[in-house]
Design a protein around this ligand. Structure first.
Ligand code: FE2
Length: 291
């Protein structure tokens, strides 16, 4: 990130009196994952301390979102079946969704938070679908990456006040992309706000760089994050083209050629089935994650 832009984002975030914090249980898990002797039992014990999280995980583990055939009745069983890394991703997703108001009814609002969450959830689902198709090592990480990619927009919406309204209004009246107006009016974009938040929250480096580069995946060179950013970038365009949720404007952003090259396995002839899969998985996720 450019130094001047970083300074501007810092000023914005320093004016936010209370940056939302992640729940204790997530922070404990984050710490636990630094331990090389990490065990299923240890992780299960941390999760069990939080009753709401325990219920959410059991509910999700038994949902078609994971597709396990047998009934999962304990956290240890869920952690074993879902996997340690995946459980971490899941807790991160549930934690982030929990700190931003989901059911906000803001009718007449230019940028309803609920619609933005629908966009983010769909990009998470689509990223996981694309990741599985190209054989990405940890598709669950892509789900979280997609889910949080536009987190900067939520923070802007909550704390920027009039300036945020101006960005939305001008984008609508001048029929110009939201991203372009963020640059023009604010001097920074949600990708940079998201990058800084992800850093502040101590998210894994992969998530920080995907959030930062989801509009310019070509700038990344390290293969895993470059693939991840390319996937989220393409997923964003597909979800907008499918008309799911609201990302700030009605435009389908152009896909950078380098991102398409990285996803060469997805051909025009397979696109129909990819879109169908995204739609089906999104409907399931919507039922089980945004209730
Ligand atoms: Fe974005």
């Amino acid at each position: 990130m450019d130094e001047q832009v970083r300074e501007r984002v810092q000023v914005f975030l320093s004016e936010v009196k209370q940056i939302p914090t992640l729940p204790d249980v997530y922070l404990r898990l984050q710490k636990a994952f630094e331990d090389p002797w990490l065990s299923v039992e240890y992780i299960s014990n941390i999760i069990r301390l939080d009753q709401t999280l325990t219920i959410s995980i059991l509910r999700l583990a038994n949902s078609p979102f994971f597709g396990f055939r047998k009934k999962i009745s304990s956290i240890t069983q869920a952690v074993m079946l879902i996997g340690l890394r995946e459980v971490y991703s899941l807790v991160l997703s549930i934690s982030v969704m929990g700190i931003f108001p989901l059911k906000e009814v803001d009718q007449g609002n230019l940028f309803p938070a609920k619609k933005l969450w629908e966009h983010c959830l769909a990009v998470g689902v689509a990223s996981r679908v694309l990741g599985k198709m190209i054989g990405y090592a940890q598709p669950e990480e892509l789900f979280v990456a997609g889910l949080i990619h536009d987190i900067g927009k939520l923070v802007e919406k909550m704390y920027l006040g009039e300036k945020f309204v101006t960005v939305c209004q001008r984008s609508r009246d001048e029929e110009r992309p939201f991203l372009e107006l963020e640059e023009e009016i604010l001097g920074f974009t949600h990708a940079e706000v998201g990058e800084m938040l992800a850093e502040m929250w101590g998210f894994p480096a992969l998530l920080v760089s995907i959030t930062a580069h989801h509009h310019h995946p070509e700038k990344l060179t390290e293969p895993k994050s470059a693939d991840g950013a390319a996937i989220v970038h393409v997923a964003d365009a597909l979800v907008r083209a499918m008309g799911i949720g609201w990302g700030g404007d009605p435009f389908v952003p152009p896909i950078v050629p380098a991102a398409l090259e990285r996803l060469a396995l997805i051909t025009p002839s397979s696109l129909g089935s990819v879109l169908l899969k995204i739609r089906q998985e999104y409907d399931t996720a919507l039922r089980f994650l945004m209730h």
